[in-house]
Design a protein around this ligand. Structure first.
Ligand SMILES: Nc1ncnc2c1ncn2[C@@H]1O[C@H](COP(=O)(O)OP(=O)(O)OP(=O)(O)O)[C@@H](O)[C@H]1O
Ligand SMILES: [Mg+2]
Length: 749
C-alpha cells in the first residue's frame, strides 16, 4: 500500500516515508505503550515478544500484553461514526493496514474530523486533524481500546451479596427488557380472568352470543401473546444467567490468583476449592429464585389494585392469609440459619477429604492409607448426612404448618364469596367470585414465595460468607500493577534483612547482609530449615513483611512491580509442576510471542533437547497431569527449559538437582555453567560438590549468615562448611573435586 504514506501532507498520523516492516511494527508498539501510559501503566517493551521484529503483532497478542499488565483492553472494529464519539481525550489505538498504528485522541462530530497523533512524535506535539476519506486510505476499522481495568473499585470491594446484586444490575439492558416483558405478561394474566367475569355476568345472564365470540377471540390472542412473551422472557433470563456466570467466574479466578502464597500455604487446596465452588449456588439463587420472586412482585403490584377494585374483603383475606404463612416461615428462620451453617461446614469438610485424597493419591496408595482415608470419609459423610436430615426435618415444620393456611386462603375465597353473595353484599357477584378464584392464588403464591426466598437467602448468605472467607483475604500487595519496572542487570544486595514467618516463634532469617554482583553465581548452603528457600522467597516477593532492605540493582524490592519482578526471575524447584499439554506448551507456558525456535533453544541450554527428540512425538509429546510418562531427571530438565526460555536475568535453582540420579545431575550441572553466562544465579544445593565453582558460597545456620566466600576459602575458614564438606567427601582431600557424594542428612530440630 504505497499511497498510504501519502496522506500525511499536513502532518503525519503514521510513518511519513516508506519504511521497512520493523519500523511499522515499532510504531504500533509505541502506540500501545502510549495508550497504556495514558492509563497510568508503564508497559515493558521486553514483555512483548515477537518471532521477528518484522512480524506485525496481531491485535490479540497486543491485548494479551495489555491485560497482562492489569489494563482492560479489547481489539474490535469501529466505523468512522464511532470514532467521532470519542471525546473524552482517552486515546484509542487505530491499527493501520500496513502494520503501523496511530493514536486517536479525539473525535469532533461537528466538523466531521478526528484528531490523530503519531505515536513516534514527541509527546508535546499536537495531534493532526484527519477526515474520513484520508483515514479510510490507511485504516480498515481495526482498533484497540485500552482502559484502566473496568470497575477497579468493583474488583477491589469485598465479596458480599450486595456486590453480587450490583454485578447483576450492570446488565441494565437485559433487566430493562425483563421488566417490560414482566409487566406485559402480568397484564396478560390479569385480563383473562376479568374477561371470564364478563362472560359469567353478561354473556350467560343475557345470552349474548356475539360478545362471547369476541371474548373468545381476545382470549385466544392473549394466549398466543403470553406464550410468545414467556418464551422471550426465558431467553432473557438465560442470557442474563450466562453473562453473570461468566463475569463471576472470571472475577473469582482473578481474585483467587491475587491471593498471596501464604494463604495457599495456610489453607488446604481441597477446602479452598470447595469453598470457592459455592459460588455456583449463589449465582443460581440470584438468577433463579430471587429473579423469579422479583418478577412475581411486578405482577403483584399490578394485580393488587385490580383485586381491591373487585372486592376489598376477599383481597384482605388473601393478603392476610399470605402474611400468616410468611410469619410461620419467619419463626423458623433463626433455627434454620444455625443448622444451615452447620450443614455447609460439614459439606465443606467432606469435600476437602475427597479433594485431598485425590490430590495425594500417590501417597495414599503407596502407604496403603486407603482404609484410613475411607474411615475419615465415612465419618464426614455421616456427619453431613445427619445434619442434612436434621435441617430437612426442621424445614418440614414451616411447610406443614403453612399448608392448611394456604388451603384456607384458596377455599376461603369460595366460601366467603358465596356467603357474601347469599347475604346480598353489593361488591361481589358470581363472575367476580370466579375471577377472584382464578387470580387470588396468583397473589398468595408470590407472597409465600417471598418467605421462602428469605429462607433460601439464609443458605445463600452462608455460602457468600464461605466464598467471602476466601476471596476477601487481603490480596498480594497492590504493587501488582503499579510500581517500578526497571531493567535489571541482576545485582542483589541484602542489608540487615530479618524475616519471621507469620505465627512462627523464631525468625527464619536473622540480620542477613550480603551482596551478589550482577552476573555472578551464589551458592547457598546450610542445614535443613536454615532459611535457604526463605531467601529465594523474599527475592521473589512471595513474603514481603521483612525488615531491612533487599535491593536489585540498587532499587528497593518493595518499590518494584511485583509481576515485573517475578518475570525477571527464572525459578526451578525440587518438585516442579508440569501442566497437561505438550512438551512444547509446557516449556512456553502460555507466554506470548514465543515460538518453537525459542523452545528448542531453551531445551538445548537445559540439556533436554536430546531426550525430547527421542520422545515418540518430540516436542508435541503429550504430558499428563503429574507427568507419569517422564522420569524425574527429564521433568527437571523441562522445568529448567521453562524457567530460562524468557531469558531471565536472575535464575534461582532451589534443590533443582537434589532428586536426580548422579548421571542426570551431572548432565544438568554441566549445563549450569552455560546457563550462568550473563545471569545472576542463586543455587541452593545440599550437595556441596555442585557448588564448588560458584563465585561465592553463603553458609547459613538457623537464619544467620555464618560466612560467605569461595569454596577454597570456606573450607579453610568456616567450621560448619568444612564439616559439611567432609561429611560428603570423606574420601577426597578438601581442596579437590569429587563425584557427587551422599546427600546431607535431613532435619535439625
Ligand atoms: N511457609 C512457611 N510458613 C511458616 N514457616 C516456614 C515456612 N516455610 C519455612 N518455614 C520455616 O522457616 C525456616 C526456614 O525454612 P526454609 O524453607 O527457608 O529452609 P531451607 O533452608 O530451605 O530448608 P531445606 O533445606 O529443608 O529446604 C524453617 O524453620 C521452617 O520451619
Ligand atoms: Mg528449602
Amino acid at each position: 500500500m504505497s499511497e498510504e504514506n501519502g496522506y500525511g501532507s499536513e502532518g503525519s498520523i503514521g510513518p511519513d516515508t516508506v519504511s521497512d516492516g520493523a519500523d511499522l511494527v515499532e510504531t504500533r508498539l509505541r502506540a500501545v505503550i502510549a495508550a497504556a501510559r495514558y492509563n497510568g501503566i508503564e508497559l515493558d517493551r521486553r514483555d512483548f515478544r515477537q518471532a521477528s521484529p518484522e512480524t506485525v503483532p496481531p491485535p490479540a497478542a497486543l491485548v494479551e500484553w495489555l491485560r497482562g499488565s492489569g489494563l482492560w483492553a479489547k481489539a474490535t472494529r469501529l466505523r468512522w461514526k464511532d470514532l467521532l464519539r470519542f471525546t473524552d481525550g482517552a486515546p484509542v489505538v487505530l491499527l493501520f493496514r500496513d502494520g503501523s498504528a496511530g493514536l486517536l485522541t479525539q473525535g469532533e462530530a461537528q466538523r466531521n474530523l478526528v484528531w490523530i497523533k503519531d505515536p513516534r512524535a514527541a509527546s508535546a506535539d499536537a495531534p493532526v486533524a484527519v477526515d474520513e476519506l484520508r483515514l479510510s486510505q490507511v485504516w480498515g476499522g481495526e482498533v484497540l481500546l485500552v482502559r484502566r481495568a473496568r470497575g477497579a473499585e468493583q474488583e477491589d470491594s469485598p465479596f458480599t451479596l450486595g456486590w453480587l446484586v450490583r454485578l447483576v444490575m450492570q446488565q441494565r439492558g437485559i433487566l430493562r427488557n425483563l421488566a417490560f416483558s414482566s409487566v406485559a405478561i402480568s397484564f396478560l394474566t390479569i385480563v383473562p380472568p376479568l374477561l371470564v367475569m364478563v362472560v359469567v355476568n353478561q354473556v350467560v345472564v343475557h345470552r349474548n352470543m356475539s360478545t362471547l365470540a369476541m371474548i373468545s377471540m381476545i382470549l385466544a390472542i392473549a394466549v398466543v401473546f403470553e406464550t410468545l412473551l414467556t418464551f422471550a422472557r426465558r431467553e432473557l433470563i438465560l442470557v442474563l444467567s450466562a453473562r453473570v456466570d461468566t463475569e463471576l467466574n472470571l472475577h473469582v479466578f482473578n481474585r483467587l490468583l491475587a491471593l498471596p502464597m501464604e494463604f495457599f500455604e495456610r489453607n488446604q487446596a481441597g477446602k479452598t476449592t470447595y469453598e470457592v465452588m459455592q459460588i455456583t449456588q449463589i449465582r443460581e439463587f440470584i438468577t433463579g429464585r430471587m429473579m423469579a420472586t422479583g418478577l412475581d412482585m411486578v405482577t403483584l403490584v399490578i394485580m393488587i389494585p385490580v383485586l381491591f377494585a373487585i372486592s376489598s374483603v376477599l383481597t384482605w383475606w388473601v393478603v392476610g392469609g399470605s402474611v400468616v404463612v410468611a410469619l410461620i416461615i419467619m419463626v423458623f428462620l433463626p433455627a434454620l440459619r444455625v443448622l444451615t451453617g452447620k450443614v455447609l461446614a460439614a459439606e465443606s469438610a467432606k469435600g476437602s477429604v475427597m479433594v485431598e485424597t485425590v490430590y495425594g493419591i500417590r501417597t495414599v496408595k503407596s502407604l496403603a492409607l486407603e482404609q484410613a482415608r475411607k474411615e475419615l470419609w465415612d465419618q464426614k459423610v455421616a456427619e453431613a448426612a445427619e445434619l442434612r436430615l436434621k435441617a430437612g426435618r426442621l424445614a418440614r415444620w414451616p411447610m406443614a404448618l403453612s399448608l392448611p393456611v394456604e388451603r384456607f386462603i384458596e377455599r376461603g375465597i369460595l366460601l366467603i364469596g358465596a356467603y357474601m353473595i347469599l347475604t346480598g353484599a353489593t361488591d361481589v357477584d358470581v363472575g367476580a367470585l370466579i375471577a377472584f378464584m382464578l387470580l387470588g392464588m396468583r397473589v398468595a403464591a408470590p407472597l409465600i414465595s417471598m418467605a421462602h426466598l428469605v429462607e433460601e437467602f439464609e443458605q445463600v448468605n452462608a455460602a457468600v460468607g464461605i466464598v467471602g472467607g476466601v476471596l476477601n483475604q487481603p490480596p498480594e500487595t497492590r504493587g501488582v500493577d503499579n510500581g517500578l519496572r526497571p531493567r535489571f542487570e541482576g545485582a542483589l544486595s541484602f542489608k540487615d534483612v530479618t524475616f519471621t514467618y507469620p505465627l512462627a516463634r523464631q525468625p527464619a532469617l536473622d540480620g542477613l547482609e550480603f551482596e551478589v554482583p550482577a552476573g555472578s553465581t551464589l551458592g547457598l548452603v546450610g542445614r535443613s530449615g536454615s532459611g535457604k528457600s526463605t531467601i529465594t522467597r523474599l527475592l521473589q516477593g512471595i513474603n514481603r513483611e521483612y525488615t531491612g532492605f533487599i535491593k536489585i540493582d540498587g532499587v528497593d524490592l518493595r518499590e518494584i512491580n511485583l509481576q515485573h519482578l517475578r518475570r525477571s526471575f527464572g525459578v526451578v524447584l525440587q518438585d516442579n509442576f508440569l501442566f497437561r499439554g505438550s512438551v512444547r506448551d509446557n516449556i512456553i507456558a502460555n507466554r506470548p510471542g514465543l515460538v518453537l525456535d525459542d523452545v528448542v533453544r531453551a531445551a538445548r541450554m537445559a540439556g533436554a533437547e536430546e531426550f525430547i527428540e527421542r520422545l515418540p512425538q518430540g516436542y508435541d509429546t503429550w504430558i499428563e497431569e503429574g507427568s507419569p510418562n517422564l522420569s524425574g531427571g527429564q521433568k527437571q530438565r523441562l522445568a529448567i527449559a521453562r524457567a530460562i526460555i524468557s531469558d531471565p536475568r536472575i535464575l534461582i535453582l532451589d534443590e533443582a538437582t537434589s532428586a536426580l540420579d548422579p548421571e542426570s545431575e551431572a548432565l544438568v550441572n554441566a549445563n549450569l555453567a552455560r546457563l550462568a553466562v550473563g545471569r545472576t544465579m542463586l543455587v541452593v544445593s545440599h550437595r556441596l560438590s555442585s557448588l564448588v565453582d560458584c563465585d561465592s558460597i553463603l553458609v547459613l545456620d538457623r537464619g544467620k549468615m555464618i560466612d560467605i566466600g569461595q569454596h577454597k576459602v570456606l573450607v579453610e575458614r568456616c567450621a560448619i562448611y568444612r564439616q559439611l564438606w567432609l561429611q560428603q567427601n570423606r574420601h577426597i582431600d578438601p581442596q579437590g573435586r569429587s563425584a557427587p557424594g551422599p546427600v546431607l542428612a535431613q532435619g535439625d530440630d
